[in-house]
Write a protein that binds this ligand. Structure first.
Ligand SMILES: [Zn+2]
Length: 216
């Protein structure tokens, strides 16, 4: 039961990874991340423009069957596609396995849906955070920017996870007491240079315009 549920979770994860690829591929720093007009529309081969058939859209496995090449023009398919799909599938499977291990929860009980709902909510939040991390990594590598939307989403997931833990677990090794003054100090330290990486051109490190230096 546990192995079958885990396998289904992995397959579901690769499908989410497929959507993540579209999100990463069609993202432009000057546009919001969730621009539905850019995200809608069928997937096509970036080299020959042909719309992909349903058989070519099976996450991860299509790449293996096609041996990494487009079915008609034989152009190489970017490794980003199978990699993101595989990592997302592994996040969906691996994060619950790790969490159950961490909290000493039986995998068999977890995958038989016999545990209290908050276990699944917490696992879902962590999976969500990992999916965001994968998107953050890929977009940062491509564009040298981390979209604000993803930062906010991870932040909200973190706050919800902390609340779930404090409401359900008396003393958890993962619980960290955060004082409001620490948060204020951390926010006060953030300056525009915090977001500027030396190897990235400054104009795309933030969607807001970076003020030009005054002439000397
Ligand atoms: Zn092609």
């Amino acid at each position: 039961m546990a192995a079958f549920s885990g396998f289904l979770l992995f397959i579901f994860g690769t499908a989410i990874g497929s959507f993540l690829n579209v999100l990463i591929l069609r993202y432009k720093p000057e546009r919001p991340l969730f621009d539905w007009r850019a995200l809608s529309g069928r997937s096509h081969c970036p080299a020959c423009g042909r719309t992909l058939s349903p058989a070519e859209l099976i996450p991860f496995f299509s790449f293996l069957f096609l041996r990494g090449k487009c079915g008609s023009c034989r152009a190489r398919i970017s490794l980003q596609y199978p990699l993101v799909e595989l990592l997302t599938g592994l996040a969906f499977l691996g994060v619950p396995l790790f969490l159950n291990n961490f909290y000493g929860v039986s995998q068999e009980l977890f995958f038989s849906f016999a545990l209290a709902p908050w276990h699944y909510f917490l696992a879902g939040l962590w999976v969500f955070a990992f999916v965001c991390f994968i998107a953050i990594t890929a977009i940062d590598l491509k564009h040298c920017i981390i979209p604000d939307e993803l930062v906010v989403m991870v932040g909200v997931a973190g706050a919800l996870a902390a609340w779930t833990l404090s409401a359900n677990v008396a003393a958890s090794p993962a619980m960290i007491t955060i004082r409001a003054s620490d948060v204020a100090t951390a926010i006060a330290r953030i300056t525009p240079s915090t977001f500027t990486s030396p190897s990235c051109p400054p104009r795309i490190t933030s969607r807001r315009a970076v003020p030009a230096a005054a002439p000397a």
